[in-house]
Design a protein around this ligand. Structure first.
Ligand code: CA
Length: 91
């Protein structure tokens, strides 16, 4: 696989790993998002500092308003972070 294909496979594997913790495999609950961020995005959490930042982030991620993060919303988060890292605002 190419690097980009590997990156996409990693996104899928990471989502599935954490989304399945509560038996609802299709979405990340708030607790699952928290665990995922602590384990996989520790630099981001450190940068956030504010303990309410995760709640705010989850709310902003949850574009369909069901209080769960689905794969599309998760990919949007990662894409947004990638855009930030690339120094271009996400639209
Ligand atoms: Ca779940």
């Amino acid at each position: 696989m190419s690097n980009l294909e590997t990156a996409m496979a990693t996104l899928i594997q990471t989502f599935d790993k954490y989304a399945g913790a509560d038996g609802k495999r299709a979405t990340l609950s708030k607790a699952e998002v928290k665990t995922l961020m602590e384990k996989e995005l520790p630099g981001l959490l450190k940068a956030a500092k504010n303990p309410e930042a995760v709640d705010k982030l989850l709310k902003s991620l949850d574009s369909n308003g069901d209080a769960e993060v689905d794969f599309q919303e998760f990919v949007f988060l990662v894409a947004t972070l990638a855009c930030t890292a690339h120094n271009r605002p996400a639209k």
